[in-house]
Design a protein around this ligand. Structure first.
Ligand code: FAD
Length: 533
């Protein structure tokens, strides 16, 4: 039996900064904004809990500067101040506030030990919430939790005789391949002259983890931080309360409890009897009603053939170029939009011709061109691309009927058989779970290598952003391919509109994707006079 995560001294130190020390969902308090941001950014690179990071890397690390930033206790504890402010907020909200007042205060909340499926549900918010999650590229997932067990979701809804055995088998396969794959990659990509040990080891480890992540089931536990405003959190809690997964419904209650300690006035309606609960019930009822209208229920239908990864441009506007040109001219004219015409080549050159790097954004006029894509790709790629928010998107349930991807790099190392055996065994258990627990709960056992179908409806401005960002040579090959295909489809139908997205990289990518990025990190560390070993 595992002991508590912190000893008495540590607990005393930490209790000032978190709304609790023994639950996986907690809010941050009494910390400067910059420290909260820095803490959340560590989620991406560490297996540790946030509270452990604060202790090890900030409080007990003299060089961190934490003492200067947060050491001296302020007169009031945040939570005391919150209680005092309550009456004030009430007056403002009830007196003169419309709903948008709740966007003017925010909170940092951590959600740890949550499944990848639930993390996706939390990250589905597009406006008002910024998430940061543990990376499958930089963090290994084979180390057990405090209870000595592999890190995947367990719950009463998954009390099925096959579930834990199948999830353990996937983690066993992942664990048994991490070291051999890393060693084989290091042999294939030896350390180069001038490359530090740190950079080489990080780049080669990242490549191994990139190849193996497809073995992780969707129930794999992750950690994430959410920074958001009150209004967005209120809606998120209501949506989570309506979710078909019991884990998400429990998270709704956890989030509500913790946020009520730091921004109570703004999340009060989230689960109340007048607004929140009826809104959640309505969302659940809509789901049930629409499910009944669906022609082909998923459960039990496997087809067996699978579906190759694909990016299909379902719809686009043939008149897009004229609309973009008119929108570009509009602010400088006194004519109605529909009367505005110009020379497309000259106008596009004027608004886009001088872009020097991908951070120089395409202007708003490009939002007048809309594209709808239907995509089939592995769930790991979906998981990454899902994080783009300036678009309309939705996915189908994760299952095994559409087949899976075996990373080509793994075949070159002669390790694909172990990979295939593990994911195919999980697919067999998934089919049993589908009929015994239902399709939604059965998703937990599906490895991230399996394909899922989703749609993106995006405007050209977001396509520029997404495709330029996601095709950089150091990106994961799975999402790089999707972004390249999206761009190719747009360029086929609108070559002139697409040609200014010149930072889209349609090349093959780097063989050792992280090598150049790690070298750049070394340069930054050297500039900061920090060791680069
Ligand atoms: C190489 C790489 C590694 C990554 N590693 C991790 C990781 O380890 N962990 C992790 O959690 N995520 C990771 N991500 C995901 C990343 O944090 C973003 O969530 C994702 O790339 C979406 O990008 P975006 O916010 O620029 O785009 P979009 O959401 O598509 O937004 C488009 C643009 O709108 C603006 N915008 C959108 N929302 C806001 C907002 N709330 N505030 C201000 N401006 C906004 C920004 O200018 C943004 O660029 C990684 C991404 C890449 C490319």
């Amino acid at each position: 039996m595992a002991g508590p995560e912190f000893n008495a001294g540590e607990s005393e130190l930490l209790s000032r900064y978190f709304t609790n020390l023994d639950r996986p969902v907690f809010a941050l308090r009494n910390l400067p904004e910059v420290v909260k941001g820095a803490l959340f950014s560590r989620y991406s690179r560490t297996e540790k809990s946030l509270r452990r990071v604060l202790l090890d890397e900030f409080i007990n690390e003299p060089d961190s500067g934490f003492d200067r930033l947060a050491g001296a206790p302020p007169v009031d504890d945040d939570m005391v101040a919150v209680r005092r402010a309550e009456e004030f907020y009430e007056r403002v909200l009830v007196g003169y506030g419309d709903d948008s007042v709740a966007e003017l205060a925010g909170a940092h909340v951590a959600v740890e030990q949550t499944s990848t499926l639930a993390a996706k549900a939390l990250e589905d918010s597009r406006i008002g919430i910024s998430p940061l999650e543990k990376s499958t590229r930089y963090v290994r997932f084979d180390r057990p939790g405090l209870d000595g067990r592999y890190l995947y979701h367990r719950g009463p809804e998954l009390a099925h005789p096959d579930y834990e055995r199948a999830a353990d088998a996937l983690f066993d396969a992942y664990s048994s391949l991490v070291e051999p794959a890393t060693l084989a990659i290091r042999e294939r990509f030896p350390q180069e002259d001038g490359e530090t040990d740190r950079a080489w080891k990080s780049a080669t480890r990242a490549k191994a983890l990139d190849m193996l992540r497809g073995l992780l089931p969707a129930g794999t536990l992750t950690n994430l931080g959410l920074f958001g405003n009150g209004r967005a959190f209120e809606y998120l809690i209501t949506k989570m309360a309506a979710h078909e997964l019991p884990e998400c419904r429990r998270l709704a209650a956890d989030l509500h409890r913790e946020l009520s300690l730091v921004i109570p006035a703004f999340v009060r309606r989230a689960l109340d009897e007048k607004y929140g609960t009826p809104a959640a019930e309505r969302l659940a009822q809509i789901r049930d009603r629409v499910k009944k209208q669906t022609i082909s229920p998923l459960a039990g239908e496997h087809g067996g053939g699978g579906a190759r990864p694909s990016v299909h441009l379902v719809e686009y506007d043939v008149d897009a170029e004229r609309k973009v040109v008119a929108a570009a001219l509009f602010p400088y004219s006194d004519r109605p939009l529909e009367e505005l015409t110009g020379d497309p080549a000259a106008v596009l050159e004027a608004i886009l011709g001088d872009r020097a790097n991908r951070r120089q954004r395409a202007p708003r006029a490009l939002e007048h061109a809309q594209y709808e894509f239907e995509i089939v790709a592995n769930f790991a790629a979906y998981r990454d691309l899902h994080r783009h928010r300036m678009l309309t998107q939705d996915r189908q349930l994760l299952g095994t009927a559409l087949g899976y991807d075996s990373p080509p790099g793994l075949a070159e190392l002669g390790m694909e058989a172990r990979f295939a055996t593990a994911v195919e065994a999980a697919a067999g258990v998934h089919r049993r779970l589908e009929s015994d627990t239902g399709s939604a709960v059965a998703q937990y056992i599906v490895p991230l290598a399996f394909h899922v179908r989703w749609y993106f409806r995006a405007n050209l401005r977001e396509i520029y952003h997404l495709c330029e960002l996601r095709t950089t040579p150091q990106g994961h090959p799975d999402y790089r391919w999707v972004a390249q295909e999206m761009f190719r489809r747009v360029a086929e139908v609108h070559p002139r509109l697409a040609r200014y997205a010149r930072f889209v990289d349609l090349g093959p990518g780097d063989e050792l994707e992280r090598r150049k990025s790690e070298r750049r990190i070394d340069e930054k560390l050297s500039a900061l006079d920090r060791p680069v070993r």
